[in-house]
Design a protein around this ligand. Structure first.
Ligand code: CA
Length: 228
């Protein structure tokens, strides 16, 4: 999962980036509204953390532009303490949730998990496919109840495909969601990563659709869907 952080306060931006990376996401940071709009238009993200008080173009305007352009990216807004007016405006402008400053990283992560799974149509924080189970709260992955040790990149790949369960994901799409702007993205590296992940899981959950991409099929065991 790849997140765009829009925050002009360098210390907060760095803390949030570190927190997200620690939690298994990749994150890019921009410090003003114009850059946020540009980045959201040209790059692919799974969610945006958007401060409202920004230079050049304020956060509400960024949000209104996104929604006017029918960019459905889930957005978590960061608002000032006692800023009830901007929270109301933000939600009306299409924000999926808000967080009041100052906040705990744990709360930001919980709200982000919730908007990500809602946008993917999952009600449960635990994603399942066949014998594979992934808990988005703890990042614990198990196969038939046996805990698995995955690298950060392997986890990100599996989590992304599980969020998109039942959809074929093109390799280019997958690369966009796995790496931040700075990294070079190699299709070969993706193949190697998939091979390692499949070997570790030892369960045939990730299918290759030749010429189209990768798929974790729906198998009726997705508790999230059953609850929805
Ligand atoms: Ca600000």
């Amino acid at each position: 999962m790849r997140i765009l952080i829009v925050e002009d306060e360098p210390r907060i931006a760095a803390d949030v980036k570190r927190g997200l990376e620690h939690a298994g996401y990749v994150a890019d940071v921009v410090g003003d509204g114009e850059a946020a709009w540009f980045q959201a238009e040209v790059e692919t993200y799974d969610a945006m953390v958007l401060d409202l008080g920004l230079p050049r173009l304020d956060g509400l305007s960024v949000l209104r532009r996104l929604r006017a352009a029918e960019i459905v990216l889930p957005v978590l807004i960061l608002t000032a303490r006692d800023g009830w007016r901007e929270r109301v405006e933000g939600i009306d402008a299409g924000a999926d949730d808000y967080l009041q400053k100052p906040f705990r990283m744990e709360e930001l992560l919980a709200r982000l998990r919730a908007i990500l799974r809602r946008s993917a149509g999952h009600a449960s924080p635990v994603l399942r496919a066949g014998a594979v189970e992934l808990d988005t709260r703890t990042r614990a992955v198990s196969v038939a109840g046996r805990p698995m040790n995955l690298t950060a990149l392997e986890y990100r790949l599996l989590a992304f495909l599980l969020h998109r369960q039942g959809q074929v994901v093109a390799p280019g799409d997958l690369l966009d969601h796995l790496y931040d702007t700075g990294s070079d993205r190699e299709a070969n590296a993706l193949e190697a990563l998939l091979t390692r992940l499949r070997r570790k899981l030892g369960a045939p959950v990730i299918e290759t659709r030749r010429g189209h991409g990768y798929l974790v099929p729906k198998d009726g065991l997705d508790v999230g869907d059953a609850d929805a």
